[in-house]
Design a protein around this ligand. Structure first.
Ligand code: NAD
Ligand code: UDP
Length: 316
């Protein structure tokens, strides 16, 4: 691959997905040449419609568990189902994207001597017993429950990154992503913000799992992509594990009410069974990201939700 104007080339696995497609756009905007590896298991080709028209972008439609060999200067490994609906339906594919897929990315990073950024998750903390969750918390994970394919898949991916770092001196940054939202989330994604916005706009009941007392903290995708880029460019991030997310914590029931209010919806609420092992609370401690990367989220939920509502309205 010929390098872009900057002479830099990036591999983005999962680049056809929600976060990955914004990351590809950002890299192209910074004059990287971008190779996107995606099999569209949970992504959508429309996410990269514009990128496809860019001369520095190329799509490799393939499974990240198949061997990969490219000439690049950095690797972002994002390929993995991420919505609980997706990974509970595809537990084996999820585990393999995070186990074999991560191994393939690490082998490539080792051969090329380049930095790899692993998109890990707040799910490595499981159903946490402490709040907020800092990077030194080991977590509270059910290793055999319905979410274990994802939680343990990511925990294995993290451990494998550390093994390659220790044994082969690979330059690894582990980013633990907390709930991130924005346009390009699929209508049927199943995660809470796309569900509530779609339901509110259609006048359908908002589905609350449990009593809605569980909490999450929502980060806009533009903030997340900025953080991922800093994880790439900041030399001090090497060998580090960093939480990225918005510490503004809220109850799911309050989110539902907020979305009803913002959309002017008269939708009712339908209370459903609380999913097994669903974390009761989640809030990132981002002091390390602030200190190490100079990063903090800038988009508040009010304006971030405007983007999503506008996106779903345009989708019809
Ligand atoms: P997404 O489902 O939109 O994107 C994942 C992408 O990976 C999709 O395009 C999918 O087709 C692709 N993919 C899956 N398995 C693959 C395989 N075997 N080979 C090739 N491509 C494959 O989800 P997202 O929200 O954009 O998540 C991206 C990454 O960020 C994931 O690794 C996820 O675990 C992590 N993450 C996301 C969040 C969030 O709130 N969005 C939170 C924590 C972690
Ligand atoms: N949730 C809900 N209704 C929905 C979708 C999700 O009440 O239609 C809840 C879910 O049980 C969880 C929270 O919202 O407690 C966030 O769920 P999501 O699937 O977005 O991501 P998670 O943080 O569980 O990975």
């Amino acid at each position: 691959m010929v390098a872009g104007k900057t002479g830099r080339r990036a591999l983005v696995t999962g680049g056809g997905g929600f976060i990955g497609s914004y990351l590809c756009d950002e890299l192209l905007g910074r004059d990287y040449r971008v190779i996107c590896v995606d099999n569209f298991l949970t992504g959508d080709p429309s996410n990269i419609k514009e990128a496809m028209g860019h001369p520095d972008f190329s799509l490799e439609e393939k499974d990240v568990t198949d061997p990969m060999d490219y000439e690049v200067d950095c690797i972002f490994h994002l390929a993995s189902p991420a919505s609980p609906v997706d990974y509970v339906n595809m537990p084996i594919k999820t585990m393999l994207a995070n186990a074999v897929g991560t191994k393939n990315c690490l082998e490539l990073a080792k051969r090329l001597g380049v930095r790899i950024i692993l998109s890990s998750t707040s799910e490595v903390y499981g159903d946490p017993e402490v709040s907020p969750q800092a990077e030194d918390y080991f977590g509270h994970v059910n290793p055999v429950g319905p979410r274990s394919c994802y939680d343990e898949g990511k925990r294995f991916a993290e451990a494998l990154c550390k093994a390659y770092e220790r044994e082969h001196d690979v330059d690894v940054v582990i980013v633990r992503i907390f709930n991130t939202y924005g346009p390009r989330m699929r209508r049927e994604d199943g995660r809470v913000i796309p569900n509530f916005v779609r339901q509110a706009l259609a006048g359908e009941p908002l589905t609350i799992y449990g009593d809605g007392d569980q909490t999450r903290s929502f980060c806009h995708v533009s903030d997340m992509v900025r953080g991922l880029m800093l994880a790439l460019s900041n030399p001090a991030a090497g060998a580090e594990i960093v939480n990225l997310g918005n510490p503004n914590e809220m109850r799911v029931i309050d989110l539902a009410n907020f979305i009803r209010q913002k959309t002017g919806s008269t939708s009712s609420m339908e209370f459903k069974e609380f999913p097994q092992d669903d974390p009761h609370m989640r809030r990132p401690d981002i002091s390390k990201a602030m200190r190490l990367l100079g990063w903090a989220p800038e988009v508040d939920l009010e304006s971030g939700l405007d983007d999503v509502i506008e996106w779903f309205r345009r989708q019809g």
